[in-house]
Design a binder for this molecule. Structure first.
Ligand code: NOJ
Length: 743
């Protein structure tokens, strides 16, 4: 850039920066003024978040006394306004409340669970979903959502994997940032926005053995390179709030973790948003064995940097005494209150505290339903399609089988508090719309996904015999994933796998559609199926979205946001693993071991005798109705310095005969490091739509500075040496090219 244009760009940017800084300074002055007028009790009140029970006299009394700062779970706009009036007009200082709700994958129009949204690899679509959620929820007065969840999730036993963007920090960062943009828009003070909440800070996804709330041990390099990057991105993009996590991390519960909450978040990252506890998590430091009683827990939490106590009664119960006895500084309380008030100013609540009851309902708008349908389509991952069974022809008779075919409630997945199940359209309904009622023979076979009774199998097999194709909708009910819903065995529950086997007896092509909340073990089910479409709880429009993909009205373009294991015993499993000192080149699997074979005869390499050394499907995997080819990547240089950049380019071509979307994925490996590096790490991706025969050049620019890692002493280094780079359709394919980082 020439000097003149740099100056011009500077001039254009400068006035708005100054205006922002001036507005921020004015807000801080208003907060100073309020803080100067608040009693200690009123300050503590701002740090207290309670769950709502309507227009409840006890709650009204607390609000009038200035003893509540935020209410969660109140979604009736009339009640919201009545409660707000009590705060604004009938409390001494008139500080507005902020109303919060878990709007995690939609409010009324339910989108696919976050794991499904991750499978779209489409940040624009994720942003649009969050915008719609904010528009719907804010129309009831909810201005704060506890989303996005950014916990890197590599153990599919953990039920909360459903709420995550999967196993990879880069994908999670990109999609999390998009979600925040969608919720918060470009101006958080607009009444149709919601403050985002980056959660759970931090390490919750590493809950030992996938059991919820369990302990975590996370060494510093793993914390810094995998767990924290998405959170750092949230601080950088202005996510208005953070939530700490339930787990202890290296022995210290997050709610009392000064290192995470103060040293890293506030100190290193300069975050000035607000930190809320998780539900009762301050109090839960007692059963953790970190606090002797609620008083100590309150002291540990506020000193660690938890600003607001969600339903824990620790601050209202004990902070006054702790300040008066000198165990907690008034300055610490003031800082927490400042963070809460700053959030309320940023939301524009002081100027505009009430929700407009007249325009309250912006639910299920046609464009919202259309976006939700597209999200379902793009989140569907095609894993098998033998002999081109899919897409289905239009002039056939289909047997619709399985407990998830017509599950109005369960297709919505976890966190759909506000959904109305009669608004969800099921696959059965959509297929009837498409084929006509008499061309669809419905026999569920099982009543629900945990059903073990085979009583319905005969009718299902009969339906299969009468049809040209069987579509079996199996998976998990909503309640089998999400918070506190971990499973030790992540195969299809109940008699679903047996049902799939039974259906094969009809001799008709079996198309299996999995509708689930997690990556599952499906190796056997894959064998029972001619085609398999893997989908996640899709929400309101799961039916139309899936039916469109099955019938070719849309094409599958989802890619796995987690590897799919062969067996539960492989968990945790993820693509960015280390190579080990004895990687398995050849494997003798359990059935091939000779009787009385010598102990070392299987080669002494790193694999399971029964599951091999890898997953069933790799991260990033997914088929379409067409095929793509990749040219070898071409690099702009083969050597770069640690402050340099590299461009990698390749050509992707649609080599098949149908339209399709391909997700080109950029991976890098640092071959030798002073700490052992993963075999591959995702560094970029792009989803492109190509017509048959069409090709597109795809370019990624990599900064050498982004190819470093944290050492055990916590320093970040970009080490010189040899690297490999792939542009590939998934984490297991592609031809690598080499480059070096040189000093
Ligand atoms: C507990 C969950 O861990 C958190 O994610 C959620 O936002 C809160 N409860 C509030 O419901």
């Amino acid at each position: 850039m020439k000097l003149a244009s740099i100056l011009l760009a500077g001039l254009l940017v400068l006035p708005s920066l100054t205006a922002d800084a001036a507005a921020a300074a004015a807000t801080e002055k208003k907060i100073d003024d309020l803080l100067g007028r608040m009693t200690l009790e009123e300050k503590i009140g701002q740090l207290n978040q309670l769950s709502g029970f309507g227009y409840d006299p006890a709650m009204v009394g607390r609000i009038n006394a200035g003893a509540v700062g935020s209410i969660l779970n109140e979604v009736d706009p009339v009640t919201v306004n009545k409660l707000q009036r009590e705060a604004v007009e009938n409390s001494r200082l008139g500080i507005p409340l902020v109303f919060a709700r878990d709007v995690i994958h939609g409010f009324k129009t339910i989108f696919p669970i976050p794991l499904g949204q991750a499978a779209t690899w489409n940040p624009a679509l994720v942003e649009q979903g969050a915008r719609i959620a904010a528009d719907e929820a804010s129309s009831t007065g909810v201005r704060w959502t506890f989303s996005p969840m950014l916990d890197i999730s590599r153990d599919a036993r953990w039920g909360r994997i459903a709420e995550s963007f999967g196993e990879d920090p880069y994908l999670t960062t990109v999609l999390g940032t998009a979600m925040v943009r969608g919720y918060q828009g470009d101006d958080l003070s607009k009444p149709n926005t919601m403050a985002a909440c980056a959660k759970h800070f931090a390490g919750y996804g590493y809950s030992e053995s996938g059991r919820d709330y369990n302990t975590t041990w996370i060494p510093e390099p793993l914390l810094r390179d995998v767990v924290l990057p998405p959170f750092k991105a949230m601080a950088d993009c202005g996510a208005a709030t953070f939530m700490c996590s339930f787990n202890d991390i290296n022995g210290v519960p997050s709610s009392g973790n000064r290192y995470l909450l103060r040293d890293i978040l506030r100190g290193e990252w300069g975050y000035d948003g607000m930190m809320v506890s998780d539900w009762g998590s301050i109090q839960q430091m007692i059963p953790h064995g970190y606090s002797a009683d609620l008083r100590q827990a309150a002291s540990q939490a506020i000193n660690a940097g938890v600003d607001m106590d969600m339903e824990g009664y620790a601050y209202v119960g004990h902070l006054k005494d702790l300040v008066e006895s000198g165990e907690v500084d008034m300055a610490t309380v003031d800082e927490a209150v400042r963070n809460v008030l700053r959030l309320k100013y940023r939301l524009g609540l002081f100027d505009n505290p009430y929700v407009d009851e007249k325009t309250a309902n912006r639910f299920y708008l046609p464009q919202s339903l259309e976006a939700a349908t597209r999200a379902v389509e793009e989140s569907a991952v095609l894993l098998k399609n033998d002999a081109g069974v899919l897409p289905l022809a239009s002039d056939i008779k289909v047997a619709v089988v399985g407990p998830m075919a017509d599950a109005h409630h369960d297709q919505n997945g976890t966190w759909s508090f506000d959904m109305e199940k009669n608004r969800s359209v099921t696959p059965l309904e959509s297929l009837r719309d498409i084929y006509g009622k008499d061309k669809v023979i419905y026999a569920p076979g099982l009543k629900h996904t945990r059903d073990r009774s085979t009583d319905g199998f005969a009718a299902a097999l009969d339906a299969a015999r009468k049809a040209d194709v069987v579509i079996a909708f199996v998976g998990e009910e909503a309640v089998l994933s999400g918070e506190a819903h971990s499973r030790a065995d992540i195969s299809l529950p109940g008699a679903q796998s047996a049902l799939l086997k039974e259906l094969k007896k009809a001799g008709k092509p079996v198309v299996t559609v999995i509708i689930t909340g997690r990556p599952m073990v499906i190796a056997g089910d894959l064998d029972s199926s001619n085609a398999l479409l893997y989908t996640f709880h899709g929400g309101t429009m799961a039916g139309p979205g899936i039916a469109n993909v099955l019938t070719g009205r849309a094409y599958p373009s989802g890619r796995l946001p987690n590897v799919l294991p062969r067996m539960s015993g492989q968990l945790p499993i993820y693509y960015a693993r280390k190579n080990t000192g004895r990687p398995a080149a050849e494997m003798t699997l359990i059935d091939d071991i000779e009787l009385e074979a010598g102990q070392t005869s299987t080669g002494c390499t790193s694999y399971y005798l029964d599951a091999g050394d890898g997953p069933l499907f790799p991260f990033g995997y997914g088929l379409g109705y067409t095929t793509f080819s990749y040219s070898d990547p071409v690099l702009s240089a083969t050597e770069i310095t640690p402050d340099g950049t590299l461009t990698a380019t390749c050509r992707v071509t649609n080599t098949g005969s149908r339209d399709g979307a391909e997700v080109a994925q950029l991976y890098v490996r640092d071959l030798v490091g002073s700490l052992v590096r993963p075999v591959r790490e995702l560094k970029g991706f792009e989803k492109v739509i190509l017509a048959p025969g069409e090709s597109r050049e795809i370019s990624f620019t990599l900064k050498a500075a982004d190819l470093g890692f944290h050492r055990l002493d916590n320093t970040y280094v970009v080490e010189p040496g040899d690297f490999q780079l792939w542009i590939a359709p998934n984490s297991a394919e592609g031809t690598p090219v080499s480059f070096k980082i040189v000093h």
